[in-house]
Design a protein around this ligand. Sequence first.
Ligand code: SF4
Length: 190
Amino acid sequence: MGMSRRQFLQGGGLAAAGIALGSSPGQANADAPVTRIKGLTATTTICPFCAVGCGLLVHTKNGKVINIEGDPKHPINQGALCSKGSSLFQIANNERRLQKVMYRAPGSATFEEKSWDWALSRIAMRMKETRDKSFKASELNKKDNREYVVNRTDGMAFFGGAGLDNEECYLWSKFARAMGVGQLEHQARL
Ligand code: SF4
């Protein structure tokens, strides 16, 4: 059925009058968050995406994440989140998120599932192999034709990420230096 512009505006006016007379918008807004999370467990945590470290409230029911929002009591973000932080719910509830180790062997066209223990052992083994092959105890300086102690490997590089906090960055850089890695960078500088 068609509707004229006048009929549409008259209908909208009646609806607006109904809202104004039938309820208190201020009261409804104040109650909405409480109703929305009623019966859920709220747990505080920190956004993992960047070093701003915004505080979060994670609401769960029977072990399942139902809602994630900014923590209004957190001194850094006071309840606000950027667009990445606002999408955190999708990290917990996303059927496309990879949650297992999938390994594709060199030359293979297919991925196979592996355990985390297998993956960590393999990474450690490959790092040691690479370091052993590429480690230099000393290097000739062509400017003065003298040999200098360098104790480094040019065979690998380390990357830090924005999700690392100060203490993690400290440990990461110490680990890299202990391995003899000179190529130590941060994702935010690329
Ligand atoms: S990604 Fe956004 S919400 Fe998360 S800590 Fe950084 S600024 Fe805060």
